[in-house]
Write a protein that binds this ligand. Structure first.
Ligand code: NAI
Ligand code: MG
Length: 352
């Protein structure tokens, strides 16, 4: 197969981990006889510096011609004082909105040999394997009116039936090919938007008799993520709840440096990026953990290219490096050998 990937390195360690991700992509191409063409574009701080726009028109056009987007990370202290339209993060919000990437998927999985890096007790974490499905283009972050004066401020939480339907469909579809359970998180005891959310979930459930469904209020969900994380399979929720819960869930299995994500739309087009940011504190030191970026490649292979076997090969390769007793600085522990970003990447390639 031949696929073209838009590659947006971004800032800080984004460049470093993307380098690793592309090496792995190329080795998958060699092993499985695919051609992956790469087109690079600017986003974030580097785009502000070079062309004065965090998401230049040329970048959008480039992405439109590709089959998927791989992104490193954006941001850094250099641009923190910029006015809001010249913030690197603006580029990220704009690209998600432009391509209507409404479904944000974040898998949280205990990596064999790495569960000790979790702040939770090992027995709670060992079986964790969940997928958070966050609605990404609606809700409080985009609702109108939105206003602030000196004396009052307004944000609006709206959801249309159509917006809820498409994200819920995605969740049920994923549950069917995973462990067969959907947990829908809302605040239906208080919020009207959550009442509609719950109604739509119930309606969609009829089409998926084989999938188990539970509804849980967001406050209870926050507790249960910590007390019984392995009880979840697919967790589906609206934008704000998903933002908070996915960060909470991300620490269950250890380091940010190990978590990939996908933001996709119905036709399979998607943007793949590590959950972590540009990590200015370690940028340029060649010590960043490239696992999240490499596992984002695995998600791209699976969700945008339908290359399931290839995706599993990438995942297994990363896990094997940990199993063999290697790690990076962020997850270092007794008995493990700490590798640099490039050394870790080489190990993954050897496994492949
Ligand atoms: P961050 O994720 O960049 O870093 C948080 C901490 O985790 C730091 O100590 C960092 O060294 C460590 N860390 C992160 N990724 C790592 C990796 N792969 N390997 C080893 N250690 C890793 O979040 P922070 O510090 O809050 O934000 C830094 C900049 O990144 C800000 O400008 C922020 O706006 C931006 N950011 C961008 C995101 C994106 O591009 N999607 C997401 C989050 C933050
Ligand atoms: Mg967040």
């Amino acid at each position: 197969m031949e696929k073209t990937v838009a590659v947006l390195h971004g800032d800080g360690i984004g460049k470093e981990v993307m380098h690793s991700a592309l090496k792995v992509l190329r080795s998958i191409g060699r092993r499985f006889d695919h051609t992956f063409k790469v087109k690079t574009g600017l986003i974030g701080g580097v785009a502000i510096d070079e062309v004065g726009d965090p998401l230049p028109r040329e970048t959008i056009e480039l992405c439109e011609k590709c089959d998927a987007i791989l992104l490193g990370a954006v941001g850094g202290p250099k641009w923190d004082q910029n006015p809001s339209h010249l913030r690197p993060e603006k580029g990220l919000l704009a690209i998600r909105k432009h391509f209507e990437l409404f479904a944000n998927l974040r898998p949280v999985k205990a990596v064999p040999g790495m569960v000790e890096a979790s702040p939770l007790k090992e027995h709670l974490v060992r079986q964790v394997d969940m997928m958070i499905v966050r609605e990404l283009t609606g809700g409080l972050y985009f609702g109108e009116p939105k206003r602030k004066t000196d004396n009052d401020a307004v944000d609006t939480l709206t959801y249309t039936r159509k917006e809820i339907e498409r994200i819920v469909e995605k969740a049920f579809g994923l549950a069917r090919i995973r462990k067969g359970k959907v947990t829908s998180v809302d605040k239906a005891n208080v919020l009207e938007s959550s009442k509609l959310w719950r109604e739509v979930v119930e309606e969609k459930k009829v089409k998926y008799p084989d999938v188990e469904l539970e509804h849980i209020l967001v406050d209870a969900a926050a507790m249960k993520l910590i007390t019984q994380p392995s009880s979840f399979d697919v967790v589906v929720t609206e934008n704000l709840f998903g933002d908070i819960l996915s960060d909470e869930a991300s620490v269950i299995t250890g380091s940010l440096g190990m978590l990939p994500s996908a933001s996709i739309r119905s036709d399979g087009f998607g943007l793949y990026e590590p959950v972590h940011g540009s990590a200015p504190d370690i940028a340029g030191l060649n010590i960043a953990n490239p696992s999240a970026a490499i596992l984002s490649v695995a998600m791209m292979l699976k969700y945008s290219f339908g290359m399931e076997t290839e995706a599993v090969a990438v995942e297994e390769a990363v896990y094997s490096v940990y199993k063999d007793g290697y790690c990076t600085n962020d997850v270092k522990k007794d008995g493990y050998r700490v590798l640099t970003t490039t050394e870790f990447t080489e190990k993954v390639m050897e496994e492949l």
